[in-house]
Each structure stands twice: as structure tokens, then as C-alpha cells.
Design a protein around this ligand. Sequence first.
Ligand code: AP5
Length: 248
Amino acid sequence: MSQPKERASWIKGGKATCAVPEGGKAKPWRLVLLGAPGVGKGTQAELLCERLGTCHLSTGDIFRAAKSSAPKERTPALECALGYMQRGELVPDATVLDLVRERKDCLHCGGGFLLDGFPRTVKQAEALQQILRQEKLALDGVLDYELPTDEVIKRLSGRRTCAGCKAVFHVLTRPSKKEGVCDHCGSKLYQREDDRPESIRVRLEAYATSTAPLTDFYQRLGLLVAVSASGSPEEIFQRSIAALQARP
Ligand code: AP5
């Protein structure tokens, strides 16, 4: 597991820049990751980014970074978004779309991108298609990770996240070498507020109602690539690559 790449432009927005490869890749992959909360999208994003050189564009990471920033640095919309997130509810489409539009340059990242956690509603997916058209970009595929709900709940309830570099661990399946301490940067590991049982239930309901219909949306566009999320992260990664390469 290597240290996650710097993503200042995405995480901070505004005028922030990051040191990412400026083009030169034979094929920069442009992908969306779909799947229920806790299915392992972030874990796969880490492997895909490490090996394909793509940038991990997670909307959840923007909100979590805002939460740890000084309150005076947060806009009222972002402040309001944090309340939704803590309860496990979806943040309103208008807020999410403003954040993504503000960061549209990240879609031109020379290494390509992996959108994780966005889009999450049909309205967001339609808006993304419009942004991509305006920017003269196209998706190469939408990886849809599938896992039974009881497995998803086990993954979420054992997750621990690094307060410093945001690396993800699991108390049983991916423990850190020293309990409660990140292997990469030595910061403390914590349990996300939305990984408490009451928020997990709300998140899974929000997924079933608002995000699951996106599979039909992308199926119609011929972009959907269904991948089983059972097995080890490496097995799932290999399955993802094979499924992407098998696309016409
Ligand atoms: P977000 O951050 O996007 O969270 P999520 O979709 O709920 O996904 P997670 O990060 O919880 O899980 P994951 O699939 O990445 O799993 P992971 O790899 O960590 O969103 C959070 C909130 O922000 C939302 O609820 C909402 O409020 C708001 N939000 C964000 N975007 C939004 C949008 N577009 N619109 C509206 N609201 C938005 O893995 C989970 C655990 O399992 C880890 O411990 C990991 O180590 C372990 N694990 C992973 N793979 C395996 C494996 N193969 N075997 C065993 N264990 C594994």
C-alpha cells in the first residue's frame, strides 16, 4: 500500500494546485466508481490510482476535509453539507454540483480520473454528462461494485480511517501494524461518524433509493461494467481491470 497522491486541487478547490502528471500518458483512464457505501470503492480507487496513474476524485473526501478545516474557512453551503453527511443523508444536488463545477479542471488531469461518490443521483449523472460534453471529454467506463448487504455492513463497521493521510484500514481484514496508528504517516486512526449503525442504515437506504438507479442510467449509455466485490482487494482489482479491458 503506497501513500495516497496529493489532490490539493480537488480537495481544496479554488486556486489550489497539485503536482500531478501533465498528460503524456498513452491512455488516461476516465472512470466512475459505483456501489453501495462500504463496498470497497475507496480501497479499489487506491489500487487503481497507484497502478493506472489516475487521480482519485472523491466527493466524500472533500466534505471530510472541510470538516477538519477551521469553521471560518467553510462556506454556509459546506457547513450545511456536513450536517447531512453526519446523519448519513445525501447532500443536496445543488451543493454537490457547485463543488464539482468549481473543480472541473480536475477532469482534465493528465493521469485521468476516478470519480468516487459522484454522481450519486440521476440528476448528478445528467449534470456530469453535460459537463463532460462541454469539456470535450468522455468516460471510459463505470465500474459498479456488487456485494451482499451483510458483507457491506461488516466492512463499514470495522473501517478505520487515518486522520492525517486518509488511508483506509479495517480492524479485521486490513489492520494497521500498530493498533490505532497509520502505517504511512503515523497519525491516529478514527472511526467515521457516519460509520455508526444509525447512519449506516440511513446511507444504505439513500443508496437504494437514489444511487442504485444509476446502474440503469449507465447501462443505457453502454458504460456499465458490473464487478463482484467479493474476495481480496487484489482479486477485485484484477477483476476490474479484466472487465474494463474486455469492453469493446
Ligand atoms: P463517501 O465518502 O462517498 O462514502 P460512501 O460512498 O458511503 O463510501 P464509503 O467511503 O463509505 O465506502 P467505500 O465503498 O469507499 O469503502 P472502503 O474502500 O472505505 O460519502 C460519504 C457521505 O458524503 C455520503 O453519505 C453523503 O452524505 C456525502 N456525499 C458524498 N458524495 C455525495 C454526492 N455526490 N451527493 C450527495 N452526497 C454526497 O471500504 C470499506 C471498509 O472495507 C474498509 O475498512 C476497507 O479496508 C474494507 N475493505 C475494502 N475492500 C475489502 C475487501 N475486498 N475485503 C475485505 N475488506 C475490505
